[in-house]
Ligand binder design. Sequence first.
Ligand code: VG1
Ligand code: CO
Length: 570
Amino acid sequence: MVNINVVKTKAYTDQKPGTSGLRKRVIVFQQNQNYAENFIQSIISAVEPAARQDGALVVGGDGRFFMKDAIQLIVQIAAANGIGRLVIGQNGIMSTPAVSCVIRKIKAIGGIILTASHNPGGPNGDFGIKFNISSGGPAPEGITDKIFQISKSIEEYHICPDLKVDLSKLGTQTFDVDTFKPFTVEIVDSVDSYAEMLRGIFDFAALKELLSGPNCIHVRLDAMHGVVGPYVKKIVCEELGSPASSAVNCEPKEDFGGHHPDPNLTYAADLVSAMKGGEYDFGAAFDGDGDRNMVLGKHGFFVNPSDSVAVIGANITSIPYFQKTGVKGLARSMPTSGALDNVAKALKMQLYETPTGWKFFGNLMDAGKLSLCGEESFGTGSDHIREKDGLWAVLAWLSILAARKQSVEDIMKDHWQKFGRNFFTRYDYEEVDADAANKMIKDLETRMFDKDFVGQTFTSGDKTYQVEKADNFMYTDPVDSSVSKNQGLRIIFSDGSRIIFRLSGTGSAGATIRLYIDSYEKDPQKIYQDPQVRNQPWPCRRKIELCWGRLRPLCKKPCVQHSDCFLVLG
Ligand code: VG1
Ligand code: CO
């Protein structure tokens, strides 16, 4: 018999889940007494007591520092709160998409994912805890608000301190806990269920031919020492026959080898330079928890994530899953470029525009309104699960390559010729002072809402843009009518080009201001320009505090260099 202790605790005021779970520095979890315990108890308290005894929770993470400690706490607190069963990835390892897959497969009541995604790890890095619901998707705002409320008033938590499980041993361990039904912990293979799911989505024989047949292409998949490594090895190498050398950085590490596990041109620079050599036809990188992806073609040709989802949409019949289910609708997060909109229009499909964060796609999928969606932040996925899915996106691209027998670059260029091109760029201003960032957004909003703002024209190079609409994005969920306000400031021009500002919800220190620029071009002569050059908002790239000469209060001194700013407000 395992004992339950009731431990008195003091509530914290800062456990508000952001865009994707609670993310803080590791030391915040380590040094503040009961910080992790409080939050885990708050999550479990949000699960109805009646659902707990016969319910299962899936638990897994990206292998980062502190994950194993957090999993032991989840086991002890879940047991003490009457949860019936936990299903945990071996050694705690399970990618975010795989957790979503397993929740759906075993009809769990939800899951807890230990990750701070693409944020760096290790003792000085970040840690995160995220709760997913029975659909397999991230908890919607109603539930994360409830968890936050509980965390602010928590006075005690329940725990079985003597209960320890061996996370390395596959199989079921059962414990008697107080008056509850037996508590079972099942350690499962991290990859099996997910691999089985992918076999039902893609044509594995065609992919095997592409990766290991007589005319095979060469791929390089960089897991950045995140959780995807074992998935790449087992599925792409062992099963689809790609040589072992195509799996790079595929050992999960607690500190991701000291790097940011962030699949973009900056942090996956090694992949970019390896691709430039011309030895590989296709390259991809993944983030820490395996839900993000970056796709590259031969010689390092970069596929912008907003374009990636549009290409998959335009070629969706290359994927057997969609031949079976049909295509119910397409969606993108608000800041994501309008490339997908052009595909939706051409194919006469419904297009939904949601706030940033994958949780907003779930309701549409559950209601049978959405098949394929993406975010500009290297997230792509479909209704096969309720999370974005990095390896799925890679197999989707490989399916298109197999069907079209063209290079990544040719597929992308054909796409732009047909649909026009959305030049998309995002600038991030990280760790700025939070109060000042809030003030800047307020100030900008006031200026944007000035009655004379709509209708104004701005000139950049040979193009003139007229403001057609300026607002703070608000989303009404078409399924449950819930309303999400203040999702980002939008300046929309008459040709569909847009400038967007929003504050990030995933940082762990200070505030991050994101500036997104999306400009549309249909002139075939101009579609091969460099987006970094074309969309540069200011002639130089100084920090926003100095650059925003006209956008007080972040400005420290007036900005004399920027008289030809693309965006001059006021
Ligand atoms: C960022 C991205 C958003 C993504 C979120 C979680 O959020 O912009 O598109 O859904 O990260 O991704 P924010 O609030 O910082 O802009 V992940 O791979 O960190 O789960
Ligand atoms: Co992620």
